[in-house]
Design a protein around this ligand. Structure first.
Ligand code: A2P
Ligand code: MG
Ligand code: MG
Ligand code: MG
Length: 347
């Protein structure tokens, strides 16, 4: 757990610096049209560097989102140099006097994320920046690190540099319009260990997060609200609006990017998190592993749209029925019922 916290904090530091300096043109779009920035790559390299340094005698396997293929093309050379410089800036602060990493070292670190994972052995699961669109748009994003042991998530850590430390009250108070990283009380780290609970605390500093998260269940649908993606292309807002109406949830949706939603759910900012991507979209394990454990250890429930638990031991992808839903237990049960009814009604 200590190594995961350290790795996420270092990567978050790099992301915060890059977000402050974001320049147009330093973003590429992958084949699936999702953006990727110097910070996505840099954060992935730093997490690999930090974990290997903290745990030198353990076999290292990591399932992570990015790879260095585009950076090894001639067009990627400038970006690779910039990433190497960013990574070295953080490394030299962490380990003063150390030999700087070469570009080849950094590309090699990024490529340690190519593991297939699975139901055997231990594998780190990393999304170096979840919510890259939020990152580029100066909204929410999260550095997400999980540890799989025999196919089960046993550790989950989320670094959320732009998340307010207190509960989000109003819909646009979610840091969506103004990233205030570094200002007082902004920046939260969530951590969970299987069987040992979920905790939240300040991202800054190095203290173990101390606030134990325990969800209180409710059936009061007129009071609760749900969360969903900020990006309409990531989830079907018309379906979620029908679900909310069916449940009697009248408060407007809280729309924020990334797995910061899972942290927000675990601390009670909202009672439901809904995600219904377009048909054919394949969910990846790094988009949910850390957040799922944080929700479960706080007393929440997460499943696919049919109620089946998520199986993180099947490789890089999740195999599931339509969407992913998480909520407090009684609300989750009502939600599954509502999903069936709204799907059957066909309107
Ligand atoms: N077309 C898509 N549909 C659904 N999710 C997507 C799509 N493209 C990228 N994502 C991923 O969805 C997650 C963001 O969800 P949300 O909108 O709820 O924050 C991210 O992991 C993002 O990837 P990435 O990690 O590259 O940002
Ligand atoms: Mg991406
Ligand atoms: Mg992601
Ligand atoms: Mg990502």
């Amino acid at each position: 757990m200590h190594s995961a916290l350290t790795a996420v904090r270092l990567a978050s530091k790099l992301c915060q610096r890059v977000q402050l300096q974001l320049k147009a043109g330093e973003k590429t779009d992958k084949a699936d049209e999702s953006p990727v920035t110097v910070a996505d790559y840099g954060a992935q390299a730093l997490v690999a560097w930090s974990l290997q340094r903290s745990l030198p005698n353990q076999p290292f396997s990591m399932v992570a989102e990015e790879d260095s293929v585009d950076l090894r093309q001639p067009e990627g050379a400038g970006m690779a140099a910039r990433i190497t410089a960013m990574v070295n800036e953080v490394v030299s602060q962490e380990e003063p006097g150390s030999q700087p990493l070469s570009e080849a070292d950094v590309l090699g670190l990024i490529d340690t994320g190519g593991s297939e994972g699975g139901s055997q052995g231990r594998h780190w699961v990393l999304d170096p920046i979840d919510g890259t669109r939020g990152f580029v748009g100066m909204r929410q994003y999260a550095v997400c690190l999980g540890l799989l042991d025999q196919g089960q998530v046993v550790v989950g850590v989320l670094g959320c540099p732009n998340l307010p430390g207190g509960q989000i009250q109003d819909e646009d108070g979610a840091g969506n319009s103004a990233a205030k990283a570094g200002t007082d009380g902004v920046g939260v780290i969530f951590a969970a260990q299987k069987g040992a609970g979920s905790y939240a605390g300040p991202l800054a500093g190095s203290a173990f997060p101390r606030d134990r998260l325990q969800l209180s269940d409710t059936q009061n649908f007129s009071q609760i609200r749900f969360m969903e993606s900020y990006e309409s292309k990531h989830s079907d807002f018309s379906f979620t609006a029908k679900l909310a109406a069916k449940l009697g949830v009248s408060r407007p949706a809280l729309r924020i990017d990334s797995q910061a939603k899972y942290g927000a759910l675990a601390r009670g900012d909202a009672a439901i998190n809904l995600r219904f991507p377009r048909p054919g979209y394949r969910e990846k394990i790094w988009d949910h592993a850390a957040g799922a454990l944080i929700v479960q250890e706080a007393g929440g429930v997460i499943s696919d749209a049919s109620g089946a638990p998520l199986d993180f031991g099947k490789g890089r992808w999740l195999d599931l029925d339509r969407g992913i839903v998480s909520a407090t237990p009684a609300v989750h049960a009502a939600l599954l019922q509502a999903i069936q009814e709204v799907s059957q009604s066909g309107d």
